[in-house]
Design a protein around this ligand. Structure first.
Ligand SMILES: CC(C)(COP(=O)(O)OP(=O)(O)OC[C@H]1O[C@@H](n2cnc3c(N)ncnc32)[C@H](O)[C@@H]1OP(=O)(O)O)[C@@H](O)C(=O)NCCC(=O)NCCS
Length: 273
């Protein structure tokens, strides 16, 4: 193993100035007390995808492009959580435009730009989640369920293609890291009938690491500093400092005690605020 902290990467001054101006405008519009979030989502996505049709009467737009344009307005689309019986319709309605904006941004040519995307999602997240701490860092194609049942501590990192099904609630402590393609569920179905649903929350303590392609089932608590190995499925709670592996995940390794860990120089994430 080698000490490999994240390096800083320069973006051209021209591009970073354009990004910052665009992000500042978005943050300002979102923070305005009278912000119409559906309209904000609609206008931002239209500007990204089809600026040539902005303001044009929909009847004058070619038929296929008309359908595509309709997708840019959150009032025209439905998302899976809207079909869940226990949804808080009012809370979800307030954040649905921002979830759609996030998802459609990710699918656009802008979405895989880490520099821009991390900052973009950092603006939206506090308006969506129940709580969002400092320096939240999400890569592209993170998928939420309700969004409003997600609590996020400080310095949390969520990597590519992670599913955060916060239907029954997910609480992430400080410095939690969730690697690519991991899935966290907070709902489950009875064996006898899929409509019989239980929604116990998932809790990940401070410093927990969920590694790539791992899955956490509803109701699991991972205590502070524990870890779930690649491809593991956590069906039961994991004790502090344990490294659980396999299906079902079992404690197999123990993280070294803090005083036994190699000490590295302090370094910060170049994308931290
Ligand atoms: C947990 C992990 C780090 C263990 O790696 P390690 O300390 O090098 O462990 P070893 O390779 O020495 O393996 C120890 C034992 O666990 C087993 N093992 C290791 N990883 C396993 C896994 N993901 N699932 C099942 N068993 C695993 C090994 O086969 C070995 O078993 P044995 O003792 O019966 O021979 C590794 O499995 C893992 O998940 N890596 C993901 C890396 C990561 O951090 N990703 C996030 C980055 S964003």
């Amino acid at each position: 193993m080698a000490f490999l902290p994240l390096r800083s990467v320069d973006v051209s001054a021209h591009a970073s100035a354009a990004y910052d101006a665009w992000l500042d405008d978005l943050a300002g519009r979102l923070a305005a007390p009278d912000c119409d979030r559906a309209e904000l989502c609609h206008s931002v996505l239209t500007a990204i995808y089809y600026p040539q049709y902005a303001g044009m009467e929909i009847e004058r737009v070619p038929a296929a492009a008309r359908i595509a344009l309709l997708q840019l307005d959150p009032r025209n689309i439905t998302l899976e959580p809207e079909y869940y019986a226990e949804i808080d319709v009012g809370r979800y309605a307030a954040i649905k435009p921002l979830i759609w904006l996030w998802e459609m941004f990710d699918k656009s040519p802008l979405g895989e730009n880490v520099y821009l995307g991390v900052k973009f999602r950092r603006i939206l997240a506090p308006h969506i989640f129940k709580r969002c701490g400092r320096n939240f860092k999400a890569f592209h194609f993170v998928k939420l369920s309700f969004g409003y049942n997600l609590e996020v501590g400080d310095d949390v990192v969520v990597h590519r293609h992670v599913l955060l099904d916060d239907r029954g609630g997910i609480r992430l402590g400080d410095r939690v890291s969730i690697a690519d393609y991991a899935n966290i569920y907070s709902h489950t179905h009875a064996l006898h009938d899929g409509r019989d649903v239980d929604t116990p929350a998932v809790v990940l303590g401070d410093g927990v690491r969920v590694t790539y392609h791992a899955t956490i089932l509803a109701g699991v608590t991972m205590a502070a500093d524990s870890m779930l190995g690649a491809l593991a499925v956590a069906t039961r709670d994991i004790a502090a400092g344990d490294v659980a592996l396999g299906i079902p995940a079992q404690p197999k390794l123990k993280k070294p005690a803090r005083e036994e860990r190699p000490s590295f120089p302090t370094s910060t994430d170049p994308l931290a605020e």
